[in-house]
Design a protein around this ligand. Structure first.
Ligand SMILES: Nc1ncnc2c1ncn2[C@@H]1O[C@H](COP(=O)(O)OP(=O)(O)O)[C@@H](O)[C@H]1O
Ligand SMILES: [Mg+2]
Length: 255
C-alpha cells in the first residue's frame, strides 16, 4: 500500500495496561478509502487497537502507549495535539448503542457540538437533518425529534449514535462491534449504511463476526494475542490467507 493512500500509518505500536502488554509491535497502514475490518478472538486487542487511533485508550489510568500513529502524516501523540479535537476528527461508535439518556433525538445529534463548544443555534436544524440523513434515520424520526433518544429501537439508537458522530464532521469513523447488540435486520441496515458512508469517511470496524467482515470491508486485519498476523484485501484474506493461523481462525479451528 502506498503511503499517500494511508489515512493512518501505525508503526511499532505497543499498548497495554500496567504490566499487561496487549498490543505487540503493530505496524500497518490504514487506507483512506474504504472499510478496514479488525478481526480476531475475544481479548486479542481489537478494541485496544482502535482506541489507540483516537487516543481513547489513554483515558484508562493504567494504560500506556508506545510507538507511532500518524493521521494524514501527523503524529497524533505529539505534545501539541489536543485529544478532544482529535476525537472530533476520529469519531467512535460503540458496541452497545449509548444515546444520552435524558436527551431528545435532536439534542443527542447535537451533543458532540455542544460538548466542544461548536454549537450554533442558527444552524442546529440543518446540522440535525444532515446528520440524520447521512445515518439513514431521518425519515423514521423527523416527526419526533423532540422525543427521547432512548425511546428508539436498538438499531435506530445505533444509527442515532452514528448521526451524533457524523454531526461533528469527522474524517474517520471507528466502530467497535457496532452490531453485536442488534438483530439481523438492524445489522443489515447498519451494513448498508457503512457501504454508503465509506464513500466519504475512512471506516475502521472491529467485528467478531467474520461474515460481517467479509461482507462489509475492503481490507481485513487479523489480530492474535496482540500480534498483527495478517493484513490483506478482505477477498484475499478469506479465500487464500497467507498465514496458517489466519486459515485456522477463519475455518473455525479456534477462537
Ligand atoms: N480497562 C482495562 N483495564 C485493564 N485491562 C484491560 C482493560 N480493557 C481491556 N483490558 C485487557 O486487554 C486485553 C485486550 O482487550 P481488548 O482490546 O478489549 O480485546 P478485544 O476487543 O479483542 O476483545 C484483555 O486481556 C483485557 O482483559
Ligand atoms: Mg473489544
Amino acid at each position: 500500500m502506498s503511503t499517500e493512500a494511508a489515512k493512518f500509518q501505525v508503526s511499532g505500536l505497543r499498548a497495554g495496561f500496567g504490566s499487561n502488554e496487549v498490543l505487540r509491535d503493530i505496524s500497518m497502514d490504514v487506507p483512506a478509502m474504504g472499510v478496514t475490518a479488525i478481526i480476531g478472538p475475544s481479548g486479542c486487542g481489537k478494541s485496544t487497537f482502535i482506541r489507540c487511533l483516537n487516543r481513547m485508550h489513554e483515558r484508562v489510568p493504567s494504560a500506556y502507549v508506545q510507538g507511532d500513529v500518524c493521521l494524514d502524516g501527523s503524529d497524533i501523540y505529539a505534545a501539541e495535539v489536543d485529544p478532544v479535537l482529535l476525537r472530533r476528527r476520529v469519531g467512535m461508535v460503540f458496541q452497545k448503542p449509548n444515546p444520552f439518556p435524558h436527551m431528545t433525538i435532536q439534542e443527542n445529534v447535537l451533543a458532540g457540538l455542544t460538548l466542544t463548544g461548536k454549537r450554533d443555534a442558527s444552524t442546529d436544524a440543518e446540522v440535525v437533518e444532515k446528520a440524520l440523513q447521512q445515518a439513514a434515520l431521518w425519515d423514521e424520526v423527523k416527526d419526533r425529534l423532540d422525543q427521547p433518544g432512548v425511546g428508539l429501537s436498538g438499531g435506530q439508537q445505533q444509527r442515532l449514535c452514528i448521526a451524533r458522530s457524523l454531526a461533528v464532521e469527522p474524517d474517520v469513523l471507528l466502530m467497535d462491534e457496532p452490531c453485536s447488540a442488534l438483530d439481523p435486520i438492524a445489522t443489515a441496515r447498519i451494513e448498508d449504511l457503512i457501504r454508503e458512508l465509506k464513500e466519504r469517511y475512512t471506516i475502521v470496524i472491529v467485528t467478531h463476526n467474520m461474515q460481517q467482515a467479509a461482507r462489509a470491508s475492503d481490507m481485513t486485519a487479523f489480530l492474535l494475542m496482540g500480534n498483527l498476523v495478517e493484513f490483506s484485501q478482505t477477498s484475499q484474506l478469506f479465500t487464500s490467507p497467507k498465514d496458517s493461523r489466519t486459515e485456522d481462525y477463519i475455518t473455525g479451528k479456534f477462537g
